[in-house]
Ligand binder design. Structure first.
Ligand code: GLN
Length: 191
């Protein structure tokens, strides 16, 4: 079987670590900055970073509509932190002009954990994963609404932190930063 090509949206934020993990797991990882690079991808990662900036760069790069079209067509996608915000259907405390793709029917609040605990690690139980996952949260969004058809795969103190809807998975944390590849491996195994 040919290894799948995972596109990692590389406009801003923590994209390099995702690409390295997928390469290590035997996939081909391509950094996506143009519609042409997106076209080569069998799956997409939208990394953590700053959702307002990524949204603006999606517009400028001409990727906003191509990404929207591919996601509507069922492209498997993993969105982490800012990526979760971009996959959501509603963003609270966002910029009025920031885009979200609405492929996971959740309402998220940006920077919901306040300044004094804007970065922390928590051990979370993830459905189907066995041992707890060490989740790194950095100015994470909170999931405040969950629509029908959304599977909640992990919950922490403040509510859902890992949600799936069809081929789209959204994590409030940074799975690429904890030295635990199980979520990336699971994403690959489902391609
Ligand atoms: N607070 C950021 C945002 O609103 C997300 C932070 C992150 O991705 N680590 O986009």
């Amino acid at each position: 079987m040919v290894a799948p090509t995972v596109g990692v949206l590389a406009l801003q934020g923590a994209f390099a670590a995702h690409a390295a993990i997928f390469e290590r797991l035997g996939a081909r990882a391509v950094e996506v900055r143009t519609p042409g690079e997106l076209a080569a991808a069998d799956a997409l990662v939208i990394p953590g970073g700053e959702s307002t900036t990524i949204s603006m760069l999606l517009e400028r790069s001409g990727l906003l509509e191509p990404v929207r079209d591919r996601l509507r067509g069922g492209l498997p996608v993993l969105g982490t932190c800012a990526g979760m915000i971009l996959l959501a259907s509603e963003v609270l405390d966002g910029r009025p002009d920031q885009h979200c793709f609405g492929v996971v029917d959740i309402g998220v609040r940006r920077n919901a954990y306040g300044t004094q605990v804007d970065s922390f690690e928590a051990s979370i139980a993830v459905e189907g994963l066995g041992a707890p996952f060490p989740a790194v949260f950095i100015r994470a969004p909170a999931v405040e609404q969950v629509g029908p058809g959304v599977e909640v795969l992990a919950v922490a103190d403040a509510g859902p932190v890992l949600c799936r809807s069809g081929a789209a998975t959204a994590a409030a944390f940074h799975p690429e930063l904890s030295g635990d590849d199980r979520l990336h491996a699971r994403f690959l195994s489902e391609l």
